[in-house]
Write a protein that binds this ligand. Sequence first.
Ligand SMILES: [Fe+2]
Length: 419
Amino acid sequence: MAGEPKFRHNYVKLNRSARERAVKLSSIPWGCFGRDLDSTRTVAYDPKTTVRWPFAGRTEVAAKGMSTLVRGIHHITQCPGPAQQDLDFCTQVLGQRLVKQTVLMDGSIPIYHFYYGNADAEPGSIATSFPYSRKPGRRGSGQISRLSYAVPKGTMAFWKDHLDRHSVEHSGIEERFARKYLRMWHPAGMQYEVVEADDPRRPSTTKCISEDVASRGFFGAVMSVRSIEEQELFFVDALGFRKIGVDGPYHRFEATCGGPGSIIDLHHEPDLPPGSWGFGSGTFHHIAFSVDNDEALFAQKAHYEELGYTDASEVKDRYYFHSMYVRSPGGILVECTANVPGGFYQDESAEELGTKLTLPPWYESQRAEILAMLEPVTLPDENRRERTHRPFAGSTPVGASTTSIPLSRSNRDFARYQR
Ligand SMILES: [Fe+2]
């Protein structure tokens, strides 16, 4: 209509398109589509309700169970600087156990890949490091800005003294969402916090950090975003999280399964320039969430694509688990991870875990060359101490051999590339 504002015209067109789609959906017989995401099997939705999908708000979509595939945090990956500096900070200051020494599986130049975790190397406690002195990263928005560890209530005074003794820069005791916490800085610049929380997991300990004060694993993570809305849509619709509160600039979300390592805080920082996305020292690189098995991993990839997040990666073989990545709207790289049988224990016993450099079988023939290119490091004393461990924790895993969809880089594929 002449003279009518253009936005009004566009609104009418969009609304008609949605109505046409609704009619089309209503013609599909009951029982044709939809997924019961509790089990990943294909089931039916009643078209009387499904027909409203084009108009449904995100809360309604979530209430229909659009994604319950994603559990809590599996691991968080960071890029520190020198390897020894990272080993010393993560084991002696944070009190984590070095549970795996291996190498980055992408690219051609060997870079360490350290895994740190609690006493049982459980998913939900695993921080992984690519010591990356070659290039500095740029901290900013669109990144994970803080990694949160759960510590027992009443331990803030210990942690403050502990950080002072190690000359670690810290914030002093603070509070958000009615929990006390204390922020600290890694020598490379990444930020961590210890948060008071009830958490039954078994902690790793050191000479200076006893069991009654030690961290149990992740409480969660903080992400810096310039805008909340699109990242919130992603967490609710694509990952199935629920929003549980707002405290100042922090918007809190929880994975549907709840439990340890299931909290994400979006920190609204509208004026903070974007941080770097690639590997660079001093930054967090990505966060990984657990899914139950390979089938759930492929179902989650399809779910992303249904929602329009079409840049979801292929599923990659990371030897200890299988992974699929997508860049979330706020800029943070999000991985979903399915354990494989044996997990971290498939190439080391419980007693040996993290005591030597392990390589996936397809890199073993290059061990001498790889070792020669890695910087020498001294392992922490605690890492050599004999401990008792239970088998690799996690949901019932499904191995790569059971899926009919090939992974992007299997061991056999890698051998073929080497010919
Ligand atoms: Fe990862």
